[in-house]
Design a protein around this ligand. Structure first.
Ligand SMILES: CC(C)(COP(=O)(O)OP(=O)(O)OC[C@H]1O[C@@H](n2cnc3c(N)ncnc32)[C@H](O)[C@@H]1OP(=O)(O)O)[C@@H](O)C(=O)NCCC(=O)NCCS
Length: 188
């Protein structure tokens, strides 16, 4: 199925690039891309399990996401495309965690067609490099359901270490983290 707006346009505001991917700002035109992403039960299995409706995307998600660009310095949620094809593959986020102490938090959600190509790890490396070297943030964390092995496997490949496990609404969740010093040692 052709997804309207799935190709990267020259009008989009680009944020960061990796070897194979480019991240750009979301716009109000991206509602159908987000609905399509969340309509796959496998994609939302470990992130609430419920597909987002078009109304929720338009009324809650897009306004929040677009608002980040005004309030955060290089933080937010970015639509991500394959450079080779222009195809929308999902999103990455980097922003203060909602829970205290509000460490910077990395996250990702990719269309199933984009899994298994190393994309989550590739772009997360670029985000962490920017976070530590350009933004000079001291620490970055990431969360996943414990059952979401694909997600925390990415965190481990990035050099993040498991810091804690807890229950959220009865679901076991793991938190990973990495300091700027640990990132520098890995990159040296
Ligand atoms: C979790 C998720 C982001 C992982 O994405 P991904 O891009 O498939 O993850 P990775 O970067 O680990 O790549 C997966 C595999 O691609 C393979 N791969 C293929 N080509 C590759 C390449 N050129 N370079 C690197 N790896 C490559 C690797 O073998 C890797 O697996 P391995 O490390 O076990 O060998 C994805 O499954 C997803 O979006 N899930 C649904 C939403 C979700 O759960 N988000 C997280 C919420 S906490």
């Amino acid at each position: 199925m052709a997804i309207p707006g799935s190709l990267l346009s020259a009008a989009h505001v680009v944020h960061l690039k990796s070897e194979r991917l480019v991240m750009r700002r979301f716009t109000v035109e991206d509602d159908e891309l987000l609905v399509e992403l969340d309509s796959d039960p496998e994609v939302v299995k470990h992130v609430g399990g419920v597909p987002s409706t078009l109304a929720r995307i338009r009324e809650e998600v897009i306004p929040r996401v677009v608002g980040y660009y005004d309030t955060l310095v290089d933080g937010g949620v970015w639509a991500t495309h394959e450079i080779a094809t222009g195809a929308f593959i999902g999103w990455f986020h980097y922003r203060p965690d909602r829970a205290p102490p509000h460490d910077q938090e990395l996250g990702y959600r990719l269309r199933r067609a984009a899994w298994g190509k190393g994309y989550a790890t590739e772009m997360s490396r670029v985000i962490l490099t920017h976070a530590f070297e350009a933004l000079r943030h001291p620490r970055v964390i990431a969360h996943a359901e414990k059952a979401n092995t694909k997600s925390w496997h990415v965190m481990e490949k990035l050099g993040m270490t498991r810091e804690l496990e807890r229950q959220e609404s009865g679901v076991p969740v793991v938190q990973y983290g990495i300091s700027r010093e640990a990132w520098s040692r890995r990159s040296a």
